[in-house]
Design a protein around this ligand. Structure first.
Ligand code: HEM
Ligand SMILES: *[C@@H]1O[C@H](CO)[C@@H](O)[C@H](O)[C@H]1NC(C)=O
Ligand SMILES: *[C@@H]1O[C@H](CO)[C@@H](O)[C@H](O)[C@H]1NC(C)=O
Length: 357
């Protein structure tokens, strides 16, 4: 699976502006491993990146572990609550790695169904490093995402203290939640409705194991772009009928989350959702910015060191966004009436069946 297309031109422009910024702020250092980085403290991370690629991501693949590492960073960070901090003094530490350190507690939360696969996968790799759980979880997410063609190169800030306690339950959105409930939860963690939508670009590299346990590994899109496919008229359930949190999907082998669909249709989010379609530079920059915020939630960023240059540079994804075969604009459930819907070509041939990941 891939984050849909980032044009090569955009990649080059971004790379040029990033290196210009780095040159202006710091003098590069060469680590004993030969890697070059803006800050000597980041040298300790290059061997950890190699360890992650070899032992967790099957040699730098955008596979299930990479997807799950990204989901884990969200489920770790979203345990943060502004309201809980101010009123009840029950807050999670945010992006602190508590989901890994206290995995025996947090994997039992309903919204964390299936996440024990990735905490079990990360524990033996984590044990070989000197990182805190927070740095490990959020570095793994950045590195795993970088293995997916067309993904942005996520920021990585280094130096989170160890987590103090497990996050409280019921802070992670569920696919059965209403838009109002989901947006309220994001707002309580400090995110606008637009940032919540931007974070859902992640569902372009996502699949479900536990929504319908009869069809593990069922993806949310056909490797083009989740923002387009969630709008297509639903026709079928890919597995054992209708399960909680699932609505009709347009394609055999594809699952549509109820939460993605209702967010795509709601007046508070529909136009921003539509703006993401066939707008690669925009989708990636919005996702990157929202992830940068998510991955330091609850942290004192003045004490963290920017080690973003240890994150591998993702490959661009060069295919154009297209409607899956047999679909066209007439199949789109347009919910934004203020903006024109983009013109998108259709893949030739009969409607596809999407293979599991
Ligand atoms: C409205 C908020 C969200 C809801 C309700 C939601 C719900 C879900 C559900 C139900 C699954 C499938 C789990 C399974 O059956 O295995 C899933 C997968 C996934 N989600 Fe979300 N999600 C949300 C937001 C996010 C965000 C903000 C991110 C990351 C920034 C994210 C990243 C992922 C990824 C990468 C997967 C695939 C995991 C894998 O393939 O192992 N999700 N999500
Ligand atoms: C962890 O720290 C110890 C003590 O400082 C050091 O000997 C060891 O090489 C470090 N391990 C890694 C993987 O960085
Ligand atoms: C299929 O779904 C039904 C209704 O949700 C459920 O009762 C049944 O156990 C499921 N079958 C399997 C094999 O999971």
């Amino acid at each position: 699976m891939a984050f849909a297309r980032l044009s090569a031109i955009v990649a080059i422009a971004l790379a040029a502006s990033q290196s210009a910024n780095a040159a202006a702020t710091a003098r590069p250092v060469t680590c004993s491993t030969g890697h070059v980085t803006a800050n000597a403290a980041c040298c300790a991370l290059f061997p950890v990146v190699d360890l992650l690629q070899d032992q967790l991501f099957d040699g730098a693949e955008c596979g299930e572990e990479a997807h799950s590492a990204l989901r884990l960073s969200f489920h770790d960070a979203i345990g943060f609550s502004i309201h809980g901090k101010l009123i009840l003094k029950i807050l999670g530490g945010g992006a602190d790695g508590s989901i890994l350190q206290f995995s025996d507690i947090e994997t039992a939360f309903h919204a964390n169904g299936g996440i024990d696969d990735i905490t079990d996968g990360q524990h033996p790799v984590f044990a070989q490093t000197n990182l805190t759980a927070g740095d490990f979880v959020h570095l793994a997410a950045a590195v795993g995402t970088a293995n997916c063609p067309g993904a942005p190169r996520l920021q990585f800030m280094f130096g989170r203290p160890p987590p103090k306690a497990a996050a409280p339950d019921l802070t992670i959105p569920e696919p059965t939640d209403s838009v109002t409930k989901i947006l309220a939860r994001f707002a309580d963690a400090g995110f606008s409705p637009k940032e919540a939508v931007a974070l859902l670009a992640s569902h372009t590299i996502a699949a479900a194991d536990v929504v319908d346990t009869t069809i593990p590994g069922t993806p949310f899109d056909s490797d083009s772009q989740v923002f387009l496919e969630v709008l297509l008229k639903g026709r079928l359930f890919p597995g054992n009928g209708s399960q909680p949190g699932e609505v009709l999907s347009p394609l055999a082998g594809e699952m549509r989350l109820q939460s993605d669909f209702v967010i795509s249709q709601d007046s508070r989010t529909a136009c921003f959702w539509q703006e993401m379609i066939n707008n690669q530079q925009f989708m990636m920059s919005q996702f990157k910015a929202a992830m940068a915020k998510l991955q330091v939630l609850g942290q004192d960023t003045r004490k963290l060191i920017d080690c973003s240059d240890v994150v591998p540079v993702p490959k661009p994804f060069t295919q154009a966004i297209k409607f899956p075969a047999s679909f066209s604009k007439k199949d789109v459930q347009i919910a934004c009436h203020d903006l024109p819907f983009p013109n998108i070509a259709t893949v030739a041939g009969p409607a596809p069946t999407i293979p599991p990941v």
